[in-house]
Design a protein around this ligand. Structure first.
Ligand SMILES: Nc1nc(=O)c2c([nH]1)NC[C@@H]1CN(c3ccc(C(=O)N[C@@H](CCC(=O)O)C(=O)O)cc3)C=[N+]21
Length: 285
């Protein structure tokens, strides 16, 4: 890797964000306000989801917040899940609600997310929060795109006037990422499964954000020299290693900044979840 390319270290930045959150939580509690509480709802026994949920709960405790985990069997009815959401909506000790995705196929994800009180939707997936982001007004913002914007800022990269290409148009990452970049006055292109000539688009990107879940999709020789590359993809290979959507070795020979996988965007997602939970608590009282 030429010395010109720098690794954007998400672990170090996430540690900084988490200690800022911890300090704000301590100040809030010292002033007599309630301990921020995050309710994490996990449906089914998917081992990867269980690991993520454990990470989130440990992260809460580390910054002095309360976490409440609700585990439901894979066969739980949508009605029962909606009843739990209503109960959490009404609980004043719960400031944030996170329903771990994916949900079993018999449950309508949109109905479940739409039932979460927007003020407690710390994932920022509720249509009201996505609408606020689209309108450029304050609200709870999806954690991964928010973490990506923090990573850009930490590298001193201002998106204003740059050409940003977002690969992947999911509701949870690609779309809100495009909205964040647009708010920051980048020129934004969104590529997806039907996009013709992906390499030709990627080659123009000053800022490239990839969130497809297709390991190694983006070749290093597609990267514009000097581009900033944020790799959101995270796939566990058969040998147990984690890998991103961007071919790191060759991409880092051309990029000016690049996030590694692991240790890039992932830790920032969790840090921003904690920050959102604190924001939700601060807005509630
Ligand atoms: N309602 C909901 N909200 C989510 O935010 C959500 C979700 N459902 N379902 C699953 C995905 C996935 N996700 C990750 C968060 C952090 C890491 C992370 O910290 N990764 C570490 C590595 C972790 C490891 O070693 O496995 C890293 O990239 O360095 C990864 C993945 C949040 N998700």
């Amino acid at each position: 890797m030429p010395s010109a390319c720098q690794v954007l270290d998400g672990r170090t930045l996430a540690t900084q964000v988490r200690s800022e959150v911890a300090a704000r939580v301590a100040r809030r509690c010292a002033a007599g306000a309630s301990v921020p509480g995050l309710a994490v709802v996990l449906v089914g026994e998917d081992p990867a989801s269980q690991v993520y949920v454990r990470h989130k709960i440990a992260a809460c405790e580390q910054v002095g917040m309360r976490s409440l985990s609700h585990r439901l069997s894979a066969g739980v009815s949508e009605t029962e899940l909606l009843m739990l959401i209503e109960q959490l909506n009404a609980d004043p000790a719960v400031h944030g609600i996170l329903v771990q995705l994916p949900l079993p196929a018999h449950i309508d994800v949109r109905r479940v997310i739409g039932r979460i009180a927007p003020g407690k939707d710390v994932d920022g997936f509720h249509p009201e929060n996505l609408g606020r982001l689209a309108a450029g007004v304050p609200g709870l913002r999806p954690c991964t795109p928010k973490g990506c914007m923090r990573l850009l800022a930490s590298a001193g990269v201002d998106p204003c006037g740059k050409l940003a290409v977002v690969v992947g148009a999911s509701t949870i990452v690609g779309r809100p990422m495009a909205l964040e970049l647009l708010k920051a006055e980048a020129t934004v292109l969104v590529a997806h499964k039907q996009t013709c000539d992906l390499p030709q688009l990627v080659r123009q990107a000053d800022i490239l954000v990839v969130a497809t879940g297709v390991p190694g999709l983006i070749r290093g020789d597609w990267i514009k020299p000097g581009a900033v590359v944020l790799d959101v993809g995270i796939t566990r290979l058969a040998d147990g290693r984690l890998t991103g959507d961007v071919q790191f070795e060759t991409a880092s020979a051309r990029a000016s900044w690049i996030t590694p996988v692991p240790g890039g965007v992932g830790p920032m997602t969790i840090a921003c979840l904690l920050e959102n939970t604190l924001e939700a608590a601060e807005a509630s009282a």
